[in-house]
Structure formats: C-alpha cells, structure tokens
Design a binder for this molecule. Structure first.
Ligand code: ASC
Length: 156
C-alpha cells in the first residue's frame, strides 16, 4: 500500500519536474500507439473484405472473430489522439490533421460510429448470411472508416 502511494507520488513529481520532455515523448508514443492500432484494424479488415468480395472462401467463425477484433480495437483509438500529436508538429510521422483537435466533438462522433458499426457487423456476422446481412454491414463499416479519413486524415 505504502509502496504504491510512493510510486504514485514519484510519478507526479517526475511529471512536474520534466513536463516538456514528458510531452514530447508522449506525442511520439501516441502516434506510434494509434498507428499500431490502425494497422491491427487493417489486419482484420482485409480478410473480411476478401470474403465479402468472394476473393477468399467465406468462413463464418473467422469472420466473426475478425469483426469482434475490429470492434475491440475501435475502442482503443481515441486515447491515442493526444493534443499536440498532429500534422503541424509531427508532419511526416502522422497523417492526423489538426482539425481533429479543432473539431474534437465531431471526431469523437465518428469514432462512436466506428464502434457502433463494428458492433453491428459482429451481430450481422452471427447470422451466417453473407449476402443479405454481412455484406451490407461491412459496407456500412467501411463507410464509417472512409467518412473519418475524408475529414480528418491527411491526403497523401
Ligand atoms: C479498410 C482500410 C481502410 C478502410 C477504408 C474504407 O479495410 O484499410 O482504410 O477499410 O478503405 O473505405
């Protein structure tokens, strides 16, 4: 108990003593963190896209698992967008436009939509109906990705 309190106090003192260093490191870590989450999302999106298109064989269990993982990962993105980790200060490292922080409420909304649409795909996937249920739910999810990229990701 006492040890935990001391560690907490040390953390506070360290943060106060080295605020600038802590901030610079945080932004870079945050960029790496969120890009890793996006990469993991892509890892799960690609095989679902291939199944929906008919490029690989539909496998109900693996599709549900991929959808569940996208849903879980979608809830991990927002915390990676720490203030100051935008294009302006970190151009070349991130594609995150400053508008994210200028219109934070809208950005949060889009993240919620991603979270909801990935949940909807999990539910649709349990139907086993690729054409009738899964394909339209996957299209909605792709639309959620795209609408955020259109507004908030730097075009490269
Ligand atoms: C993906 C992926 C994206 C989105 C987007 C949807 O699989 O990597 O960025 O879906 O293409 O339109």
């Amino acid at each position: 108990m006492c040890k935990i309190l001391n560690l907490g106090l040390l953390a506070v003192l360290t943060a106060v003593a080295f605020p600038a260093v802590a901030d610079a490191r945080d932004a870079e870590d945050a960029i790496e963190y969120r890009q890793s989450v996006y990469k993991a999302i892509k890892w799960h999106m690609d095989p679902m896209a291939a199944m929906v298109k008919g490029d690989i064989e539909y496998d109900a269990i693996s599709l549900t698992r991929h959808a569940q993982n996208v849903h879980a990962l979608s809830g991990m993105l927002l915390e990676g967008f720490v203030p100051g980790s935008d294009m302006g200060a970190h151009a070349g490292t991130t594609g995150a436009r400053s508008e994210i922080w200028e219109r934070w409420g809208e950005f949060e909304e889009k993240m919620s939509t991603l979270n909801e649409q990935s949940q909807a795909l999990v539910i649709a996937s349990t139907s086993g109906d690729l054409r009738g249920n899964i394909r339209p739910a996957f299209a909605e999810l792709g639309q959620a990705c795209k609408s955020c990229h259109d507004e908030f990701r730097e075009r490269r």
